[in-house]
Ligand binder design. Structure first.
Ligand SMILES: Nc1nc2c(ncn2[C@@H]2O[C@H](COP(=O)(O)OP(=O)(O)OP(=O)(O)O)[C@@H](O)[C@H]2O)c(=O)[nH]1
Length: 444
């Protein structure tokens, strides 16, 4: 099964490249710690999933379409991949123009989208036709810019129309809480509400949280987007690599109802290569931390709140005051844990099968899945990833919707959107649909 990746805007292209690079490094890695045969079939499956092969040279070519409204980032992305020597992009599989969307969602969605739909969808079709078995589409974009978010939402809609039976997973980057563009909350509200209609699931990474991982776990002093993107790529790689039908299996395990499409990803351990050399891990230790990260909604193993506990059986969950949600128990709809590496069969995931972690309306068999792979990931002898459909995003969404609503109430910057055909009515629809998402997750 193969996946076609669509990289949109600056953020989508920069992260997309890191993802392919992480996947390629992993399948070339000699730290697999498993039998030769198992390693070979793992490598074959990974290659087929993400790469085709250049006929003349045999070099892996990413199954990707690169889209941006300005040429600079795409040129850099192509040449960095070429320089790696171990994989490349198909240079024909890109679409760019001369000028970006100016952080304006409406410009990306209502102007660039319809104008360039045919060209972009032709490139997608060419990539899809190169796959013997198409498993679905993986789009990568930011929520807050103009091209990735606006054009990305438009392209996702086109994918849904053209490939009704294919899975679509959107990787979205949540903007930093402060210091970015003033209209980021508008763009985010419009992106989320539109993607919610066409995508099968949204896998969300928050820039602030990843930044913290770079600072605290990776020990990086001056953090760049490259560092942040490498952490995101590592997390994504840890999930995509061992799956049989990558997107299908994920959706089946994690998205039991179309009202609940928000997925988070956590990974343990994460540390600099230096520290890794001197560290050893046990399965019980890793799993205990990962479980507490889930229930206390911590993004990393550092600074977890160990006081948060699941509600006692028979008692209603404590009320969740929205101002202080981070200190509260994070209820799950569904979880998937992926454990990889040495002695993986001995990893006991029983603590994730505790019904008090979940909403009551799903059976435990439907709410929790485990994938075990003895092929280690990257340089980690043992590692565990958790993909979770839970209340993790309630507070950030509440925040973004609240801020956008306050701006909207005073009609701030609305003219920037109406000039490109996004009306007040469209904003109201977006607010309503996200309020519904908030209500649904709050009731879990
Ligand atoms: N993690 C991460 N975030 C990024 C990166 N580049 C930009 N962002 C975030 O993405 C948002 C801005 O979106 P961009 O992707 O730069 O914008 P764009 O989609 O190219 O749209 P226009 O510039 O309006 O054409 C901000 O929230 C940035 O913090 C990146 O490489 N990694």
């Amino acid at each position: 099964m193969s996946i076609v990746t669509i990289q949109l805007g600056q953020c989508g292209n920069q992260i997309g490249r890191e993802v392919f690079s992480a996947i390629c490094n992993d399948f070339h890695s000699t730290h697999g710690l498993c039998y030769k045969k198992e390693n070979e079939s793992y490598q074959e499956a990974c290659k087929e999933r993400f790469f085709s092969e250049e006929k003349k040279t045999g070099v892996p070519v990413a199954r990707a379409v690169l889209v941006d409204m300005e040429p600079k980032v795409i040129s850099q992305t192509l040449s960095m991949a070429d320089r790696s020597g171990s994989w490349k992009y198909d240079h024909q599989s890109r679409f760019c123009q001369k000028q970006g969307s100016g952080n304006n969602w409406a410009n990306g969605y209502s102007v660039h989208g319809p104008q360039h739909k045919d060209d972009i969808m032709n490139l997608v079709q060419k990539e899809a036709e190169k796959c013997d078995r198409l498993g679905g589409f993986f789009t990568v974009m930011s929520m807050a810019g103009g091209t990735g978010s606006g054009l990305g939402a438009f392209v996702t809609q086109c994918l849904r129309d053209a490939y009704r039976n294919s899975f679509i997973l959107n990787q979205v980057i949540w903007p930093y809480g402060t210091g970015e563009v003033i209209v980021q909350n508008y763009n985010s509200v419009l992106t989320l509400s539109h993607l919610y209609q066409s995508s099968d699931a949204l896998l969300v990474h928050e820039n602030d949280a990843i930044h913290e991982i770079c600072a605290q776990l990776m020990n990086i002093k001056q953090i760049s987007f490259k560092d942040v993107n490498q952490v995101i790529a590592h997390q994504l790689g840890s999930v995509f690599q061992p799956t049989r039908s990558p997107l299908g299996d994920l959706m089946e395990s994690l998205v039991p109802h179309p009202e609940f499409k928000l997925l988070s990803l956590r990974n343990i351990p994460q540390m600099s290569e230096n520290s890794l050399t001197y560290s050893t891990f046990t399965w019980p230790g890793l799993i205990k931390h990962l479980r507490q990260m889930l229930i206390a909604n911590a993004k990393m193993e550092e600074g977890i709140n160990w006081q948060v506990r699941p509600p006692l059986p028979g008692l209603p969950a404590p009320p969740k005051p929205s101002m202080n949600r981070s200190a509260c128990f994070n209820t799950s709809l569904a979880n998937l844990v992926i454990v990889r590496g040495k002695e993986v069969q001995s990893a006991d995931l029983g603590s994730f099968r505790d019904p008090s972690l979940y909403t009551s309306w799903l059976n435990m068999q439907d709410a929790f899945s485990v994938w075990k792979t003895s092929r280690a990931f990257n340089k980690y002898e043992k590692s565990a990833s958790l993909v979770s459909n839970s209340q993790f995003l309630l507070k950030p969404i509440d925040n973004i919707v609240g801020k956008a609503w306050n701006m909207f109430a005073s009609k701030a910057y609305i003219h920037q959107y109406t000039q490109f055909g996004i009306e007040e009515e469209d904003f109201l629809d977006s607010f309503t649909s996200l309020e519904q998402v908030i209500t649904s997750y709050t009731r879990l």
